[in-house]
Each structure stands twice: as structure tokens, then as C-alpha cells.
Design a protein around this ligand. Structure first.
Ligand SMILES: [Zn+2]
Length: 182
């Protein structure tokens, strides 16, 4: 049998044969009340590392799990939808999780970054700021970024976690902080 995407379609057929879909919460009321922002690295898949199951969390994944403008826009959009669709429901909490041995560390490598900037036309300095060489430091920066971002409601709580790919353990690098009123 194929090891590629076809093998995932095969797994989907097994999933579709179950009744798991009948037990999910509304789209912006995840069971674990969590909006998780983390890296696309397959080794840090929240389904495995945190046991996130169907309907448990909103999960945004991008290179390094960095809080970019696109990530902020989606988060603000989901907050907006929450207010529109389920204003009386429990509000979700935001968690940013970075990890050790992150491929986004290579944004700090001048040769790799410059070649990528040339290929894509992206701004080299902006790419350099995405580097994850010290996940405890970058996750703290990104908690700050969420707390300061436009469109995020007062009272939103944000924390920063670091996953250690060596031990498999997640530690809380930034305990929960709350967005102040404007
Ligand atoms: Zn990564």
C-alpha cells in the first residue's frame, strides 16, 4: 500500500465509518476551550503531543508557530465569529507553543534565509525575525504579540508553552496573561 497521501484517504474512510462526527462541539466552542498556535513540524503534532482530539481545539499551524499578521488576522476572525455565533458560550484561551530543534531556526542562517528571500521576494529582515533559536524567548515575544494585536478582545488570556522534542515534555514558559482593556 502507498505511504503517501493515498494512505490518508484510506484512514479517512475508516474515520467516516465511525460516529465521531456526531460528538463535536460548535466550531468556535472547542471542548478544551483552546486556540493553539504552533509549528507545522510533524513531530509536534498536537494530536499526539497534547492528545488533541476531534473538536478539542482550534489549531493554527505555521512555520515556527510564529504570531505573524496572518495568524493574528485568523485569531481576530475567530474571536469575531465567536461573538457572532455563540456570544454566550465559554471563551477559548490562546496558547502559543514553540519547540526545540525547530526548523525555523534556519531563518537565522544568513545563506539559507537570503536564498529563500531571493526566491520568494520576501523581506530578509522580516524573515530573520521569524527565527526560533531560543523557543522560550520567541514564545514570550509571541505572547506579547497576541496581547498587543488588533481585534483581540479585552480579557483574552494567552500563555506560552515550549515542547521539548528530546524529552517529549511541554513546559509553561509564560504563565497565563490577560489582555488589558483599551
Ligand atoms: Zn518548528
Amino acid at each position: 500500500m502507498s505511504n503517501g497521501p493515498d494512505s490518508l484517504l484510506e484512514r479517512n474512510r475508516r474515520f467516516a465509518a465511525t460516529d465521531a462526527r456526531a460528538h463535536v462541539p460548535p466550531p468556535v466552542l472547542p471542548t478544551c476551550r483552546t486556540y493553539l498556535i504552533t509549528c507545522i513540524d510533524p513531530r509536534v503534532d498536537p494530536a499526539a503531543v497534547l492528545g488533541v482530539g476531534l473538536g478539542d481545539a482550534l489549531v493554527a499551524r505555521c512555520a515556527g508557530g510564529r504570531v505573524t499578521d496572518d495568524v493574528v488576522r485568523d485569531l481576530a476572525w475567530i474571536h469575531h465569529l465567536h461573538g457572532h455565533l455563540t456570544p454566550d458560550g465559554d471563551r477559548f484561551e490562546v496558547v502559543v507553543m514553540h519547540h526545540t530543534e525547530c526548523g525555523a531556526a534556519l531563518f537565522a542562517d544568513d545563506a539559507v534565509r537570503d536564498a529563500f528571500a531571493a526566491r520568494t521576494g520576501a523581506d530578509g529582515d522580516a524573515l530573520a525575525r521569524l527565527a526560533v533559536t531560543d523557543p522560550e524567548r520567541t514564545v514570550a515575544l509571541d505572547v506579547d504579540a497576541v496581547l498587543a494585536a488588533p481585534g483581540i478582545p479585552t480579557g483574552t488570556t494567552v500563555s506560552g508553552w515550549v515542547y521539548d522534542t528530546g524529552t517529549g515534555l511541554v513546559t509553561v514558559a509564560v504563565p497565563t496573561r490577560t489582555r488589558a482593556g483599551s
